[in-house]
Ligand binder design. Sequence first.
Ligand code: PMP
Length: 358
Amino acid sequence: MDSDIAALQEALLRPELRAGKAYHVADARGMVKLDAMENPYGLPEDLRASWLARLREAPLNRYPEPRPEALLAALAHHGGIPADQALMLGNGSDELIQLLILAVAHTGRPVLALEPSFVMYRIIAEHFGLPFVGVALDDDFQLDLSQFLREMATQRPAIVFLDWPNNPSGQCLPEATLEAIVAAAPGLVVVDEAYHPFSGLSFAQQLGHYPNLLLLRTLSKEGLAGLRLGYLAGPRPWIEVLDRLRLPYNINVLSQLSLDFFLTHADLLAEQADAICRERERLTAALQALGLKVWPSRANFLLFHCPGRAAAIHAGLRERGVLIRAFTGHPRLGDHLRVSVGTPVENQRFLTALENLL
Ligand code: PMP
């Protein structure tokens, strides 16, 4: 039986898929979880009760609305998306990255992004058998724009993904750099503003000024990671055509009701984002006081440098019940660790454990 399966897989599947590994998610049970850029604050009890009451309305026997227009309009308003731009929802922004790459896969042209940047751009490009080109950031995670433009002219990518702020550095390219890239790109440019609630910056006002610009957002980081909701915004002709690739009922009834609920309580999420930004500054200063190099972050996480001892520190923190992100074996990031900003209590547990280890 196993050998029959192996023979079938060899005949049917690409070698990269057969050789690859599943996306790794560390076991976080019982840990202070600072590895995945989640909002650490739950819901206050009264709000939780009214959310649950709202979910009781859910018609579970019916398919969800395929294009919930009123919800999309409310979301556009919440996200500061210009009113003349269109929107579509994804089951997390991951799904929208997949759908964008699916749309252009037939061209065989590369997907291009910063290196390092969010790992799913590369993983999904590889799933579709497309080449991935990563343009290296320098030692301080800054970009050489002329090198990037040269690479874009040679490679002619179908899509460029720019995470803004960048994951994992937390930094934002200058706005003029983004504009130069969008103006020169031979294909689509997707500005991925996953960390927008913490950056104080947005490229949304540029939508509609370029024929090739789209904006990607997620509600994961501002507090709804469990719901899996992301959105893509941009000119109507793009959203209309991409929407044909979306599975009709990709956003379930519970997620739609929850989104509607949270959009009417957005002030709570905004307050939590402010608290995270304040903690980010405190945590940056505390890490610097421990003698560590920390990159200034506009996101809800910090990248710091631990030359020669990143793996040991990561393991030591784990033993002390604190989970952060290591990049073991990564040629560029191997000496770095990334910590998500938690609650003041969680951050203190992290800092105390780290201080003991250093
Ligand atoms: N874009 C960036 C830059 C990210 O860092 C992440 C999550 N780590 C995502 C997109 C995906 O977010 P989600 O699928 O939860 O919407």
